[in-house]
Design a protein around this ligand. Structure first.
Ligand SMILES: *Cc1c(COP(=O)(O)O)cnc(C)c1O
Length: 376
């Protein structure tokens, strides 16, 4: 049996929407993108959604629009995808890496508070693996120190803090529609903006310094951060079944929880209780994720390790990244975490197969025996 780590769920609806777009003879950013942006704005509850090509650019754009640049410090959690920090560096600002909470992998507010300086201008909470940060605590810290908030809600589609969708609780929020996210446009991200002035700033920024296309008069210097209507067409098809996709992800998580509840030496990551969580993958904490990953690979089962702590990234050693307080939890999470498959088409039989293989390895470990050949 082969159980790949992830595969997106693409069907006839996506094909139909893309063909409709091609037949409409409009392939750059146009009516389909606008339709998707409007549907998303209603869904998340903000004034305006603007599509941009990818996450690094989304976070970069958000920070630039908020006036962050050289001389400013930006608080970034140590446990996130590299793009969160590279976007800060690309603005010329100084990322200040802070630890996360081991309980859910989200930014540690005490660590962030201890890492502030007179130069700190913004904070980038990341709603890691589909669980909301404590946005009330982020907001309180930001208000006390006049910080801008850019939410990296890459994995946050459908995730809430209380009743509010993540990405709408700061100044600008960003949601990913990369291929392995809850909903995809292939590449592509949404900027979530509520402040009318910031909406215009974002449009200038992504549209070559103009509020409208079709004119060659430019009021500002901007980038071309547009997507194509073919991507938006895929997004519209995906969005039409977003709630059933989320329900399926939760069902798969519950199936894993039942099967792995009594598995020795393994703890499942659940729900931190701040709102609705949407599992990015099913995350487990074990003593030897490397060994478990290798064992599962011999069984044809794909998995992923957790994020590698940013402060240990080779690429950051020659940059101006600041670490005022050594992270501990991000290292512990990396050393113990493994992400299991949560595709949308996983069968009960596949989940049984994965869980049996995990149990074989974990039981062997706790009994001090070496697991040799694959389970099947
Ligand atoms: C998927 C993901 C990204 C992806 O960024 P790209 O620039 O689109 O590749 C960024 N941040 C987080 C937390 C992610 O999960």
């Amino acid at each position: 049996m082969q159980v790949p780590e992830f595969s997106p769920s693409l069907g006839f609806q996506e094909t139909a929407k893309v063909l409709e777009t091609l037949a409409g003879n409009w392939i750059t950013e146009g009516p389909k993108t606008r339709e998707l942006e409007e549907a998303l704005a209603t869904y998340v509850g903000c004034r305006r959604v603007l599509m941009v090509p990818n996450g690094t650019q989304a976070i970069f754009a958000a920070l630039k629009v908020l006036g962050i640049g050289p001389g400013d410090e930006v608080i970034v959690p140590d446990f996130t995808f590299f793009g969160t920090v590279s976007a800060v560096l690309l603005t010329g600002a100084t990322p200040v890496l802070v630890d996360v909470d081991e309980f859910d992998g989200n930014i540690s507010i005490p660590s962030a508070a201890r890492s502030l300086s007179a130069k700190t201008k913004a904070i980038v909470p990341v709603h890691i693996y589909g669980q909301s940060c404590d946005m009330a605590a982020v907001r309180a810290l930001a208000d006390r120190h006049a910080l801008r908030i850019v939410e990296d809600a890459a994995q946050g589609m459908g995730v809430t803090f209380g009743e509010r969708h993540v990405g709408t609780l700061g100044d600008i929020g960003c949601i990913s529609f990369f291929a392995d996210k809850t909903m995809t446009t292939g590449e592509g991200w949404a900027l979530l903006v509520d402040d009318a002035r910031l909406v215009d700033e974002c449009i200038y920024f992504k549209n070559q310094g103009r509020l409208n296309r079709g004119t060659f008069v430019h009021e500002r210097i901007g980038y071309n951060f547009r997507i194509s209507d073919m991507q938006a067409a895929v997004g519209l098809a995906q969005f039409s079944r977003i709630e059933s996709t989320i329900e399926r992800k939760l069902e798969i998580q519950r199936a894993y929880v039942v099967r792995l509840a009594a598995c020795p030496g393994l703890r499942l990551w659940g729900d931190n209780g701040f709102g609705r969580s949407v599992p990015f993958r099913v995350n487990v904490l074990v003593d030897d994720p490397e060994g478990l990953q290798a064992h599962l690979k011999t069984c044809g089962i794909g998995t992923r390790r957790f994020f590698y702590p940013l402060h240990m990234q080779p690429a950051l050693s020659n940059t101006n990244v600041v670490v005022r307080e050594r992270p501990i939890s991000s290292i512990r999470l990396f050393e113990r975490g493994l992400m299991l498959r949560t595709g949308f088409d996983l069968s009960e039989g596949q989940i049984d197969y994965v869980c049996d293989a995990i149990r074989t390895f974990q039981t062997g470990r706790t009994m001090g025996t070496v697991v040799g050949a694959a389970a099947q």
